[in-house]
Design a protein around this ligand. Structure first.
Ligand SMILES: *Cc1c(COP(=O)(O)O)cnc(C)c1O
Length: 420
């Protein structure tokens, strides 16, 4: 570790943590777990004794999901068949589940629709934002994209810019206030950097984009379900996010799209499928968009994934996102402390900001041999992931990760780095 806990002039910590250090940290972990008001949530997930620190890539399975999916398949599909579109609530699932996600990202009901992938929703939101801006001012012919973005957003932005005949400029989130201007139509940003875990200033950057008269699209893949987002409070225009990370919806579960209420009437979707028609069963030749959030729908929703997600979201009942955030910060702080104690100085470098206001719910450690280290960690029951070229990524999902897990993960990491 570069900065954290080694005191100036103190002797180098040995590669093997001393028993007393380890005893002290284990005892602290026990105490923190004992006082953790979210600790009981772990029992609502299917887990084993693996330390699972990859919930920022694929959330663990909530125990209620298999039974629900079995019912959806056997009874709703198998017995009710076509009747389930109305009787089992299939048709309205995208809006209903959107409203279930809404409080987790600080949105009032009626502004979120679930469906399609994040990539597809980035496309819808970005083109809709550009169209809205251009309608008001045809000189707004530029799109800004987060230079540090998860790749898919960058590819989609590139294509959206070609289609709309806009220029595309890559800028870091920090450069946005300088870069955004009277030519800018829309700005696409990641709330949390997927590699480093850096949390960007959503309120400040949203205000800067608005000041320039442009629209902002936030990608919440690494913040939805991990920390308070405050979409309504901060006047965000459009947002997208995935549900298989911190929302535990399952592999490939559908993403969500938020369109601020005031922008819904002018939401001009580049993918106007029959599911977003004002009268979908009117089978009209001419497209006429529906009102409200469901204007973001496209085609027939993926009901099996959608209803698995709905069951998964039940683990959030009675869980304030603020409590999740507080525990997340405590977990990542404790992980950094344990890594600082156990891992030999200089062996890894933390690339996640120390400042809480700049930290998401993951810790990313740069390490020359990260590609070899991660498989060895996984063999020893500590599951994180590797991100090219040299990052060890550890995601902390407060609903099912505890402090004893954190201490064990750091200890196993130190052992692997010491070649044991
Ligand atoms: C995980 C992630 C995605 C994934 O997009 P899909 O379309 O679901 O594959 C997109 N953007 C960000 C920032 C992500 O972290």
């Amino acid at each position: 570790m570069s900065e954290p806990t080694t005191r100036a002039g103190a002797p180098q910590p040995p590669a093997e943590p001393t028993d007393s250090r380890r005893a002290e940290l284990s005892a602290r972990a026990g105490k923190l777990d004992g006082a953790d008001e979210l600790a009981h949530k772990r029992a609502e997930f299917v887990l084993d004794d693996v330390v699972y620190l990859d919930g920022n890539s694929l959330g663990a399975l909530p125990a209620a999901v298999p039974g629900r999916v079995a019912d959806v398949v056997r009874r709703q599909w198998g017995e009710l068949r076509i009747r389930s579109w109305t009787e089992s609530g299939w048709w309205t699932a995208p809006e209903r589940i959107g409203d279930r996600i809404a409080p987790l990202v600080g949105a009032a009901p009626g502004q979120i629709v679930v469906g399609d992938s994040t990539s597809v929703n980035v496309f819808k939101a970005l083109v809709a934002a550009q169209r809205r801006a251009e309608l008001a001012d045809p000189d707004r012919t530029e799109i800004l994209v987060d230079a540090t973005t998860f790749p898919t957003d960058g590819y989609i932005a590139h294509s959206a810019a070609r289609m709309t005949e806009c220029t595309l400029r890559s800028v870091t989130p920090a450069e946005v206030p300088e870069a955004v201007g009277e030519r800018t139509a829309a700005v696409l940003l990641n709330h949390v950097d997927y590699r480093t875990g850096r949390l960007h200033d959503l309120p400040g950057l949203t205000a800067a984009v608005h000041e320039a008269g442009a629209y902002v699209v936030w990608d919440l893949c690494h913040s939805a379900g991990a920390l308070p987002v405050g979409l309504d409070e901060h006047g965000v225009d459009y947002a997208v996010g995935c549900t298989y990370k911190y929302l535990n919806g399952g592999p490939g579960s559908p993403a969500f799209l938020y369109v601020r209420r005031e922008l819904q009437d002018s939401f001009d979707s580049p993918l106007p499928g029959w599911n977003s028609h004002a009268e979908p069963f009117g089978m009209r030749t001419r497209y006429e968009p529906a009102e409200g959030a469901l204007r973001g729908r496209v085609g027939t929703p993926d009901i099996l994934s959608m209803l698995a997600l709905e069951a998964a979201l039940e683990v959030w009942d009675g869980v304030p996102i603020e409590a999740v955030r507080a525990k997340s910060l405590a977990l990542t702080d404790f992980f950094l402390e344990c890594v600082g104690e156990y891992v030999p100085e200089g062996r890894v470098e933390c690339v996640t900001p120390r400042e809480h206001r700049e930290r998401g719910s993951q810790i990313a450690l740069r390490c020359d041999d990260a590609a070899e280290v991660m498989p060895r960690l996984i063999e020893r029951g500590v599951v994180g992931d590797f991100r090219h070229p040299d990052v060890l990524r550890f995601g902390f999902t407060p609903l099912y990760v505890g402090f004893a897990d954190v201490e064990r993960a750091a200890r196993v990491l130190a052992g692997v780095l010491a070649g044991q």
